[in-house]
Design a protein around this ligand. Sequence first.
Ligand code: ATP
Ligand code: MG
Length: 189
Amino acid sequence: MASQDAPPTEGPSPGSSRAPSLVLINTGHGKGKSTAAFGTMLRGISRGWKVAVVQFLKSGDWKVGEEKIGRRLGVDWWALGDGFTWDSENMSETEAVAREAWAFTRRLVSEGDHRMVLLDEITYPVNWGWIDPAEVVEMIRTRPRHVSLILTGRDAPSALIEEADTVTEMVKVKHAFDHGVRARRGIDF
Ligand code: ATP
Ligand code: MG
């Protein structure tokens, strides 16, 4: 008797084409955007790929966990957001840092040395008007064919969503932070 809960009798149907590279976006307001990207990064590394990570937000100490292990695994890692100031009096300087980070990233992707480039939290400087989404679209379209990209951050602009192959929205069902629990070492950073 067929029931909704019966185990499947057939495997998933195979896709019909093999892409030289893919563009992934992890967005939404739930937890897991960056950690899912780092999980995918591990898959790339396990295939012997050269992987790069660019982090667009100030990280300070709290992201050192994944940076440390990433570097140990041979990942080229840039925490470019470290130059951001968050001081409203220094906003033009902060914007300049973001633009410089973006110029660096475009160069990095176009050089094609890395088969996977993870652009962590890139949606924020885009949404704050510091990086033109049209330039991000152009970067995606003109990248070397073998370079896969993973973009993370809340509220990914529609222009980027249209351009990506795989987009996942993390939906917050619950978050410990909402009932007063601070970010936890080993789980959140
Ligand atoms: P993670 O790095 O854990 O995968 P994320 O990349 O999805 O999280 P970000 O918006 O980058 O989420 O937030 C980074 C930090 O904020 C992490 O410590 C994460 O646990 C925490 N965080 C994520 N979602 C929420 C939320 N809805 N409310 C409060 N804190 C959150
Ligand atoms: Mg994140």
